[in-house]
Write a protein that binds this ligand. Structure first.
Ligand code: UT7
Length: 325
């Protein structure tokens, strides 16, 4: 029996030009390059220029993805953009990408699940493709976390970076088993009781200001290690697959220690894990699509490879997706 699948056609990413090494933080904070490297694996990150908005990063990534997919923007039915740092409270950043791509038809909207945003957006795109609401969908993760950091809070400001990644998906027929290309399963979760572990202390209806990131890092770490492996295994089971079938784990890039522990729990060797956190820092919703794009350009991820993606973020929100490239 044939089934519809949301199949990846191409991807792209964009990093702002300003690269900030760990040592730069030593000039005004009680921190060190060695602490940041040892505790997070981060060595550098990129920060957007003052006049560079989340939409600017998203547009660059989207254009790179269209070129990689060899698909004209006129064929895109929907843009789903995951971000916690939109240009404006409204309208959506996705509609700004839509106009920049010169895409007059179709629809565009943002999804807000912070660091898990790309998994939520991918799952939504998959559902829209499977239900026939859209045939070709652009999924974007784009963030300018540098705009919501407290530069005096050493426990958060050294961890995040800016960037954007994009993926073009199109409906294609598959056999209905794990050998199909495309999204094979997704697993989404949230638990609002953990709000205080990771949040921004502002917003339109509370303070009227954007606010800054606040995080109880140690607690988020504990939840991440426990929840990511479980969600990854759930998604694999839904697809009728196991970790032995995986070509690559493409995790959210928040902390190398979390990535290592999650891989260990799943019985995966680090040689099968895509890691970009050392160069990008934590770019929230942008981290997985940027990692996909970097690895695809390096010819590490190849057509037919089985990927497991997983992420956790504020909410808490977390989830995983299994996709054959
Ligand atoms: O993307 C969303 C999900 N977010 C995450 O996954 C982040 C999860 N958490 C983490 O990645 C880690 O918890 C951190 C990297 C944030 C922190 O690592 P940790 O090993 O959990 O350290 P900690 O928070 O327990 O702090 C250890 C010490 C503390 O000092 P005391 O209380 O032991 O004296 C901190 O004050 O390190 C101190 N510290 C720092 N020292 C130097 C915290 N930040 C810094 C810093 N430089 N930047």
């Amino acid at each position: 029996m044939t089934v519809l699948r949301a199949v990846p056609l191409g991807c792209g990413h964009y990093l702002p030009q300003r690269v900030v090494e760990n040592s730069e933080f030593e000039t005004w904070l009680d921190t060190s390059d060695s602490w940041i490297r040892e505790r997070s694996g981060i060595e550098r990150r990129c920060f957007a220029a003052e006049d560079e908005l989340t939409s600017d990063l998203a547009i660059r990534a989207a254009k790179a993805a269209l070129a990689d997919a060899d698909v004209p923007a006129t064929q895109i039915d929907a843009i789903i953009l995951a971000t916690a740092t939109p240009d404006e409270t409204f309208p959506s950043t996705a509609t700004k990408v839509q106009v920049a791509l010169d895409m007059p038809d179709g629809f565009a909207f943002d999804i807000h699940a912070v660091c898990a945003g790309f998994i939520y957006a991918l799952s939504t795109a998959n559902a829209m493709i499977l239900s026939g609401q859209a045939r070709t969908v652009m999924v974007i993760g784009a963030e300018t976390f540098s705009r919501i950091l407290d530069w005096q809070d050493r426990s958060t400001c050294v961890l995040f970076g800016d960037g954007a990644g994009a993926l073009v998906l199109r409906a294609e027929e598959g056999q209905g088993d794990g050998s199909d290309r495309g999204v094979l399963a997704t697993d989404l979760n949230s638990d609002g009781r953990y709000h205080d572990l990771l949040y921004v202390d502002g917003g339109p209806s509370s303070t009227g200001k954007a606010g800054c990131v606040r995080m109880v890092g140690r607690e988020v770490f504990r939840h991440a290690v426990e929840k990511l492996a479980r969600s990854g295994e759930t998604a694999l089971a839904k697809a009728g697959l196991t970790t032995a079938d995986l070509s690559w784990l493409v995790p959210h890039q928040a902390n190398l220690r979390i990535i290592r522990k999650t891989a260990e729990r799943m019985g995966l060797d680090m040689s099968r894990v895509i890691v970009t956190v050392h160069d990008h820092g934590n770019t929230s919703a942008a981290s997985i699509p940027m990692a996909l794009s970097v690895a695809a350009r390096q010819n590490r991820i190849r057509p037919g490879d089985l990927l497991l993606m997983e992420a956790i973020g504020g909410g808490l929100t977390w989830g995983a997706a299994v996709m054959r490239w």
